[in-house]
Design a protein around this ligand. Sequence first.
Ligand code: C2G
Length: 448
Amino acid sequence: MARVITYGTFDLFHEGHYRLLQRAKALGDYLIVGVTTEAYDKARGKLNVVDSLVTRIENVKKTGFADEIIIEETQGQKVNDIRRFHIDIFAIGSDWTGAFDYLKDYCQVMYLERTKNISSTMLREQNSPIQRIGIIGTGRIAERFIPEARLVSGVSTQGVYNPHLESAVRFAQKWEINAYKEIEAFYEASDVIYIASPHETHFGYIQSALAHDKHVLCEKPMVLEKHQADELFCYAKQHNLILLEGIKTAYCPGFHKLLGIACSGTIGAIRNVETCFTKLENPQYRELTDTRYGGSFTELGSYVMLPILKLLGKKYTSIRFDTINDENGLDIFTKISLEYPSGIATATCGLGVKSDGRLLIAGTKGYIVAEAPWWKTAYFEVHYEDLDKTEKYSETFLGDGLRYEISDFLSMINGSSSSEFKLTRGESIALSEIMEIFLREKRGYRNR
Ligand code: C2G
């Protein structure tokens, strides 16, 4: 009895998948089909999968070709599956020719000709046309955004707007996109807007982009006053528009996994969260020269506050800021202390003082620790009283990590999956309120 195995995502199940399974089944007597998990697809850079794992399994099942369906969760699983299930033939489409030759040590490897003119990518594009992204701002984050967006299928970076035309032109030439000085023309040519301009301009740009009926992804901190966040989210909701704050950590798979474990009860009730993110910044950069909106808290506060809001919630009973300022009155180091009815938290950020960047979550049964750069979560450990029980978790974090938020933003626009829980409106509003309190208490002024 010949045993055959094949693998795939089988997103938006189509003729190509059907024919592949049909031919794989015909190669032997028993066919095992491995269906990839969302996390594995994300880890291997396959973002924007539309159907859930359950739907994809159901679709494979419906063909009637699979005698057994398994889940493919990790890189390197194939060798173990082949041994474990005593596989004779590994079959896969010809788009993978050569890629699985290493399995020839374990079984026969067959590349079956791929069905022409059909693919999940094509179907995704038909169902949801490419979203043309217009970028506002030409700074360092915008530079990182473009290569990341180019890795997400379903979007294209069409152009950039900057009221200083020379900056827009320089940026556009580098990335081979369009430059705009006139914002109306820019909106006309864009379906969605990514805002990466200086913090204090976010509110105005979001307002205008939403008023032009555009979905918006805005860099953190989205806005600097609570009423602004309230107003923008309310408008977006009324007009069925997506408004998302881009804090990359919130969307990366490793952080997501860490939150899941922290909230699962394995370390008991969470009583203390400590976060720290410091980066010695070039004194010439905006972060240390913009005396109104620069400083460590406006720059890094969104990252350090994120795990606290996620794990202890938005209803803190007290918040306190301690800062060390430079000669311009900008905080180069800030410690935020929060109290909750049954927990406490401290967040530390710095641009002119270096410290040990770490995320520590202490519970009644154990603690979780993620070392720097925990904001690009790729590895963390769970510790208990019994040292032998330590658990270690790792997860892929690809490139600059902006691809995850872009992909979630796109899924939300296409209505195919809700990622809103990764960073809720309520959490973004709470962050804007904390920014507001900080600016009022430490700089002594309101934004307007
Ligand atoms: N396929 C095909 N013809 C198409 C499209 C896909 O024969 N027009 C085949 C692919 O070659 C693959 C299977 O259908 O063998 C599933 O394709 P995908 O869902 O795109 O999965 P893929 O990303 O190729 O993952 O570990 C996972 C495997 O590496 C395959």
